[in-house]
Design a protein around this ligand. Structure first.
Ligand code: OAD
Length: 245
C-alpha cells in the first residue's frame, strides 16, 4: 500500500483523461446499504422478488414498499469524503464519473459529468410507457403515501426509474460509459465488479491502453485484471491520494 498510493497519485496527476467508476461501497460510509457486502441488501432480500420487471408486474405495491423504505433511509444520508474527492476531481477537464449508485450522493457532493448507469431512486417513470411518462420525473416525497404512485400524465402505475435485472441500460448512458473507457487512468471504486455492463468497462479501458486501478475493501473479479488493486475504504484512500496531488 505504501508504494501504491504515490504510484496512483502520480498516474492521476499525469492523466489528461481520468474516468472513475463507482459502486455501492462509495456510499457505504454515508450509511447507504451495499448489495453484496456483509450487511448487503441481497443477503436479506432476493433480487428476483424486488428488482426485476416480473416482480413489479406481480406485485407493484411490494416492490414500491421496498423502494419507499430505501428512499427513507437514503434521504437521511449525506456525501462522505470519497464523494467529496471525486466531486473535486470531476471539475478538472477530462474527468468523467460513472456510477451504478441510485442515491443522489455524487450529485449532492457537486460531481460534474456524472453518468448514472442504473438511474435514480428519486426519479419515477410510467410503467405503461405512455409517451410523456417515458421521460423520468423527479419525486422526492418521503415518506411516500398511497403506494404505488401514479403517472401524472396517464394515471397508470409509476415505477422507480432505476435499471432492474433483465433490463437494458439507457442507450445514452451506455454510449457515455463506453466513450469514457477511452482514458489515461480508469479507477474502479467500491464495486463488486459483478454486474455487467459496468463490470466490463475496466477491461475495455485497459484494452485501450488505460492505466487501471481498483479501490475496494476486498478482492473482486476486477482485482486480477487491474494494474493496481488497493485494499481499503474509499473514504480513506481517496482523500489520502488527493493529499498527494
Ligand atoms: P455491491 O454491494 O455488489 O458491492 C459493493 C462493493 O463495495 C463490495 O465489493 C465491497 O467490498 C465494497 N465496499 C464496501 N464498503 C466499501 C468502502 N467503504 N470502500 C471501498 N469499498 C467498499 O455494489 P455494486 O458493485 O455497486 O444494481 O453493485 C452493482 C449493482 O448490483 C448495483 O448497482 C445494483 C446491484 O444489484 C441494480 O440494482 C440493477
Amino acid at each position: 500500500m505504501s508504494e501504491a498510493l504515490p504510484t496512483l497519485a502520480a498516474r492521476i496527476k499525469g492523466a489528461r483523461r481520468l474516468t472513475i467508476l463507482t459502486g455501492a461501497g462509495v456510499s457505504a460510509a454515508s450509511g447507504v446499504p451495499t448489495f453484496r457486502g456483509r450487511d448487503g441488501l441481497w443477503r436479506r432480500y432476493r433480487p428476483e422478488d424486488l428488482a426485476t420487471p416480473d416482480a413489479f408486474a406481480r406485485d407493484p405495491r411490494l416492490v414500491w414498499e421496498w423502494y419507499a423504505w430505501r428512499r427513507e433511509l437514503i434521504a437521511t444520508c449525506r456525501p462522505n469524503a470519497a464523494h467529496d474527492v471525486i466531486a473535486a476531481w470531476s471539475r478538472n477537464p477530462g474527468c468523467r464519473v460513472l456510477t451504478q449508485n441510485v442515491d443522489d450522493l455524487h450529485l449532492q457532493a457537486g460531481t460534474y459529468e456524472l453518468v448514472r448507469m442504473h438511474g435514480s431512486v428519486w426519479e419515477l417513470s410510467c410503467w405503461e410507457r405512455c409517451a410523456p411518462g417515458t421521460t423520468p420525473w423527479r419525486d422526492t416525497r418521503v415518506p411516500m403515501t398511497n403506494l404505488p404512485p401514479r403517472c401524472p400524465h396517464c394515471g397508470c402505475i409509476a415505477r422507480p426509474a432505476v435499471v432492474w435485472f433483465g433490463e437494458a441500460l439507457r442507450a445514452q448512458d451506455v454510449d457515455a460509459a463506453v466513450r469514457a473507457t477511452a482514458c489515461d487512468v480508469f479507477l474502479t471504486v467500491g464495486t463488486s465488479a459483478l454486474v455487467y455492463p459496468a463490470a466490463g468497462l475496466v477491461h475495455d479501458a485497459r484494452q485501450q491502453g488505460a492505466f487501471t486501478a481498483e479501490i475496494n475493501l476486498e478482492d473482486t473479479p476486477a482485482s486480477a485484471a487491474v494494474e493496481l488493486a488497493l485494499h481499503g475504504s474509499a473514504e480513506q484512500i481517496l482523500p489520502a491520494i488527493a493529499r498527494l496531488l
